[in-house]
Write a protein that binds this ligand. Structure first.
Ligand SMILES: Nc1ncnc2c1ncn2[C@@H]1O[C@H](COP(=O)(O)OP(=O)(O)OP(=O)(O)O)[C@@H](O)[C@H]1O
Ligand SMILES: [Mg+2]
Length: 263
């Protein structure tokens, strides 16, 4: 039996007062297995970020239960939970007045790790995300490219050696090549460090290429959950629509680039 590292059972979250309330997450049940790479896909406002934030208590559920590493998270101190769970924000969200090294070392510092250990950890993490420590450690975030900032964001999320990494559209604002390279690099890190990853993306192609399973959100509901092959068999109209673009792109590329597809 596989162990669920994150488990949502009938979880709902509403925002606002009764009459105008929005049900951002509506009765979602989902188990994320240890070592799994799960992508959450869906349109803007479908509840993806809310679902992710429910896992580290940036938001608390109205109904249902969220378990992380076997414990009901209502019984876990939110700060402890967040330090144990890496979180990569949309567009990096680094502290602008802190150097790259200080950004990466912030959680170990808060945990009381000695400075020498932090320095060593920062260098190790910079190497892990393929940034040269000597060149980047002392730079400020605005002195980096978007892709480099995202790499620092990943390094910071990994600083306290979490087992779980939550990523909210981590590679959204990047050009396709950088995005592809970062996605592949992250997928390799996920395997090497035996992480459990939940990544939000609005790009179905990215989800298909990176994730073990994909959860499709629509208007607060989880419409589908499965491997790429399982999703491709879905008769759910919205899921079929989401898969149409990557399918069409693959067909057109196969036609345009001789030798690109299966011959
Ligand atoms: N703090 C909040 N207060 C009030 N409403 C909120 C809050 N956070 C989210 N919502 C609402 O809940 C719904 C789901 O929002 P959520 O941020 O989870 O969507 P999303 O799928 O992440 O969208 P996007 O792709 O645009 O980031 C939206 O209607 C949003 O307006
Ligand atoms: Mg969002």
């Amino acid at each position: 039996m596989t162990i669920a590292l994150i488990s949502y059972a009938h979880v709902s979250k509403r925002f606002g007062e009764a009459a105008s309330a929005v049900t951002a997450v509506n009765d979602v049940s989902l188990d994320v297995a240890a070592g799994e790479f799960l992508a959450i896909v869906g349109g803007s406002g479908s509840g993806k970020s809310t679902l992710l934030r429910l896992a580290n208590r940036l938001i608390d559920a109205d109904d249902g239960t969220v378990m992380v590493e076997g414990a009901d998270i209502r019984a876990v101190d939110p700060v402890t939970l967040r330090r144990r769970t890496g979180y990569v924000f949309q567009s990096g969200a680094l502290f602008p007045h802190m150097s790259v090294g200080d950004n990466i070392g912030i959680t170990p510092k808060l945990l009381g790790t000695p400075a020498r250990e932090i320095a060593a950890r920062v260098d190790e993490l910079l190497a892990l995300v393929r940034l040269d420590g000597g060149a980047y450690r002392d730079r400020l975030p605005h002195e980096l490219s978007g892709g480099q900032r995202q790499r620092v964001g990943v390094a910071r999320a990994l600083a306290a050696k979490p087992r779980i990494v939550l990523m909210d559209e981590p590679f959204g604002a990047l050009d396709p090549l950088t995005r592809d390279a970062l996605g592949e690099d992250y997928r390799a890190l996920h395997s090497k460090l035996a992480l459990t990853t939940v990544m939000i993306t609005h790009d179905m192609t990215e989800a298909l290429l990176l994730a073990d399973r994909i959860a499709v959100m629509h208007a607060g509901k989880m419409l589908a959950l499965g491997t790429p092959v399982e999703l491709s068999a879905s008769r759910e109209p919205y899921v079929m629509e989401l898969l149409r673009t990557p399918r069409r792109q693959a067909e057109r590329l196969n036609a345009l680039l001789p030798g690109a597809g299966p011959s």
